[in-house]
Design a protein around this ligand. Structure first.
Ligand code: CA
Ligand code: CA
Length: 331
């Protein structure tokens, strides 16, 4: 069952990558818009119409802006999807079903995991909207991420496929990379989930609009780059600058010796540097990709590769055959 799902996924993902990266190759055979929703919009399936209602609810939540809830929605999409480990399955354990909405369905379990600190608010907001509109939690999480990215200037338009069944079990703990993990650990984890190291670097464009909350709780909402309201290349460039100081109390405060923080450059506004970002930007396996994105001239390339990697991530553990393309609903 799993291997069938994986092979189907692999085939479909090749097509998705072509789509998202603007290749001239033909997109996967999907019907042209042929259904008119109550709001007059043309979509590919009547299963897409409800997403206009969800979009309206989400924009109320996000206040149509690139703010804290939007940042959290993007983070949540990664934490839900990366909960997928074929390796654990070979050990006779449940490895998670990836982008299955387990972060919401089994919120009381997964929100207790250390890696998921700070996600409770967005989890329960998305649960409320999904329940109200009768959509699956797995779909909800990936759609909210696509909307959140579009609310940020410079953010690309992501694809969105609907039809994920709800999760049947909580993902096991320990599958979400943490900022204090070394590069070997992080790359092994994302490879196990089916993502390439280069895709991880592209996904980290999310830190261009991200803030830290719990690594150093004394300086909540400190951004990872100087332009947290803009989806741009500043994050990659600024991580390459020499680190000078800690913007808050630093990792030697109390018991925070494994905080995952390293010194950041002196900037206005102050920025926060994650140890994992620093290490990935200087590792032979990922530094080349990192440097490509560190110039404003590569904005379009960066956003295209981010969109392609997000399309792959959003389908981890899912069988694309069961999904319908509702990308047209993404603003
Ligand atoms: Ca999950
Ligand atoms: Ca930015």
């Amino acid at each position: 069952m799993k291997s069938h799902t994986l092979s189907t996924l692999a085939l479909s993902l090749v097509s998705l990558f072509s789509l998202a990266s603007g290749s001239a190759s033909a997109p996967p055979a999907s019907p042209r818009p042929s259904v008119t929703c109550p709001n007059g919009e043309l979509v590919e399936s009547d299963r897409c119409c409800v997403w206009y209602d969800v979009l309206s609810d989400l924009q109320d939540l996000f206040d149509n802006s690139c703010g804290e809830d939007a940042h959290d929605a993007l983070r949540l999409s990664f934490h839900d999807a990366i909960g997928y480990s074929p390796w654990l399955e070979t050990q006779g354990q449940f490895g998670g079903d990836g982008a299955d909405g387990s972060m919401i369905k089994f919120a009381s379990t997964e929100l207790e995991y250390h890696s998921n600190q700070g996600l409770a608010s967005i989890v329960y907001e998305e649960m409320r909207i999904a329940d109200n509109r009768s959509v699956s939690y797995g779909d909800m999480i990936q759609f909210a991420a696509a909307v959140s990215v579009r609310n940020c200037p410079g953010g690309p338009r992501l694809s969105f496929f609907a039809g994920r069944p709800n999760a049947t079990q909580a993902a096991p703990d320990g599958l979400v990379p943490e900022p204090f993990h070394d590069v070997d650990t992080i790359l092994a984890r994302v490879l196990d989930a089916g993502l390439m190291p280069t895709e991880l670097v592209a996904l980290l464009a999310s830190h261009s609009i991200g803030v830290q909350e719990h690594v150093d709780p004394s300086i909540e909402n400190t951004p990872f780059d100087t332009t947290p309201g803009v989806f741009d290349t500043a994050f990659y460039k600024e991580v390459l600058r020499p680190g000078m100081h800690y913007p808050g109390k630093g990792p030697r405060d109390g018991n925070r010796t494994r905080s995952g923080e390293v010194p950041a450059p002196d900037t206005k506004p102050p920025i926060f540097r994650l140890q994992s970002d620093y290490a990935l930007s200087r590792d032979p396996r990922t530094e080349e990709e990192w440097k490509v994105y560190s110039e404003p001239s590569t904005q379009l390339l960066m956003t295209a590769r981010f969109a392609a990697a997000m399309a792959r991530m959003a389908l981890i553990g899912q069988d694309p055959v069961n999904l319908v393309d509702c990308s047209g609903v993404v603003p």
